[in-house]
Design a protein around this ligand. Structure first.
Ligand code: ADP
Ligand code: MG
Length: 325
C-alpha cells in the first residue's frame, strides 16, 4: 500500500493482468471485497482454464445447449449483437483462432493459411443459438468456442463501479489491466475546472511506465486496447492479440492503440475493438454520430488524434508524438 495525496492504492494480479484500486480512504477490507468480486466474475467468464460457465458452453459445442444465468445470457446476447453489426471486426466466436495463435502465451507459431481457413469456418456468430425463454446457449458446430476477452474486463469494471457506489464510495479508480473506471472527481484538481482523475496514455512498445500524455476524466470509463500489450515477434513481424475475423491474422492498419472514453466500461471495451477495426478515418466519421463515445487514436506515424474532448481533456507529454487536430 502506498499513500500519495492521501490516496490509498491496492493491487492484485487477476485475469492475467495487474489490477489497481485507488481509494481516498484506507480500507483494506473493501479492497479485498473488490478483488474477490473480480475473481468471482473471472471464474465465470474465463476461457483460459478448463472450467468456467463459458467453458461449459464451449465444451458442449455441436452437442447440446447449455443453460446460463441471466447476466451471462445478457453479455452473450450483447456480444453476439455487436459481432453481427455490419462490417464489425468484433467477433466473440473468435475462440478457435485465439487458442491457435496463443498470443501472449508461450508456444507462439504462425498458422498456415489452410489452417486459418479451417478455423475461420468455426467463427460465425450466427452459429451461436440463443433461446431467451430458457436462457440456453448452443454453439451449433463442434469445435466452436466463445471468447469474451474483448468485453469481459469492461463488464467486470462496471460491476466494480456499481459495487463501490452501493458502498457509498464517492471517489475511486479501478484499473483492470488497461480498463479504467473512475468514480468522482478524483485526485487531479488542477487539470480541469471540475477536477478529475489523471490517467496515463501508455507509450506503445516502450518502458511500462512511459507515457505519451495524460487523460483527465471524472466519472468515466477509459479503456485502451493496443497492439503492444500482447504480441510476439517472428522474422521481423509483430503478431498481436486483436485478430481480424475476416482473415484470421492480427488486424493490420495504421493504429498502435485506441482509447475509448465513455460512461460504461463494457461499451468502452466493445468500442476499442470495433474502432480498432475501422481505422482512424472511418472511426472519426462514425463517432460524429455518437455523442456519448469519444476516442483517442495513437498511430504508427506517431500522431495522437482525439475524436473530440467533451468528456475528457488530454495533455501531450511526449514530444516524439504530435497532437493532430
Ligand atoms: P485487452 O484489454 O487484453 O487488450 P481487448 O479488449 O483488446 O483486450 O481484447 C483482446 C482479446 O479479445 C484477445 O486477447 C482475445 O481474447 C479476444 N479477441 C481477439 N480478437 C478479437 C476480435 N476480433 N473480436 C473479439 N474478440 C477478440
Ligand atoms: Mg475490448
Amino acid at each position: 500500500m502506498t499513500t500519495d495525496r492521501r490516496i490509498y492504492s491496492y493491487s492484485a494480479v487477476l485475469m492475467g493482468s495487474p489490477i489497481l484500486l485507488k481509494l481516498f480512504e484506507h480500507n483494506e477490507s473493501l479492497a479485498a471485497r473488490v478483488f474477490r468480486l473480480i475473481k468471482a466474475h473471472e471464474n465465470i467468464l474465463t476461457v483460459n482454464r478448463p472450467h468456467s460457465d463459458i467453458m461449459a458452453i464451449n465444451h458442449a459445442a455441436g452437442r447440446q445447449p447449455v443453460v446460463v444465468s441471466q447476466p451471462i445470457f445478457e453479455i452473450i446476447k450483447r456480444a453476439k449483437a455487436v459481432s453481427l453489426l455490419e462490417g464489425s471486426c468484433f467477433n466473440f466466436t473468435i475462440g478457435p483462432l485465439v487458442k491457435r495463435w496463443k498470443i501472449g502465451f508461450s508456444g507462439n507459431t504462425v498458422p498456415d493459411s489452410d489452417e486459418l481457413q479451417a478455423l475461420l469456418a468455426l467463427t460465425s456468430p450466427d452459429d451461436v443459438q440463443l433461446d431467451e425463454s430458457s436462457r440456453c446457449v448452443f454453439l451449433a458446430k463442434a469445435g466452436m468456442e466463445i471468447d469474451l476477452g474483448a468485453i469481459a474486463k469492461g463488464y467486470i469494471a462496471d460491476i466494480v463501479r456499481d459495487f463501490l457506489q452501493q458502498e457509498h464510495i464517492e471517489n475511486a479508480l479501478i484499473n483492470l489491466g488497461g480498463n479504467v473506471h473512475t468514480i468522482g472527481a478524483g485526485d487531479d484538481n488542477g487539470a480541469r475546472e471540475e477536477g478529475g482523475w489523471a490517467i496515463g496514455l501508455k507509450k506503445p512498445f516502450a518502458d511500462a511506465a512511459a507515457l505519451i500524455g495524460v487523460i483527465n476524466v471524472a466519472n468515466k470509463s477509459v479503456v485502451t486496447s493496443g497492439i503492444y500489450e500482447r504480441y510476439f515477434e517472428l522474422d521481423g513481424r509483430c503478431y498481436h492479440h486483436i485478430l481480424d475475423p475476416k482473415t484470421g491474422y492480427p488486424l493490420d492498419n495504421e493504429l498502435l492503440s485506441v482509447t475509448v472514453i465513455c460512461d460504461d466500461s463494457i461499451d468502452g471495451d466493445i468500442y476499442t475493438t470495433l474502432l480498432y477495426g475501422m481505422g482512424v478515418e472511418k472511426s472519426l466519421a462514425y463517432l460524429q454520430q455518437c455523442a456519448d463515445i469519444e476516442a483517442i487514436f495513437v498511430t504508427r506515424d506517431q500522431q495522437v488524434i482525439c475524436s473530440s474532448q467533451r468528456q475528457f481533456s488530454f495533455a501531450l507529454t511526449d514530444t516524439a508524438y504530435r497532437l493532430a487536430n
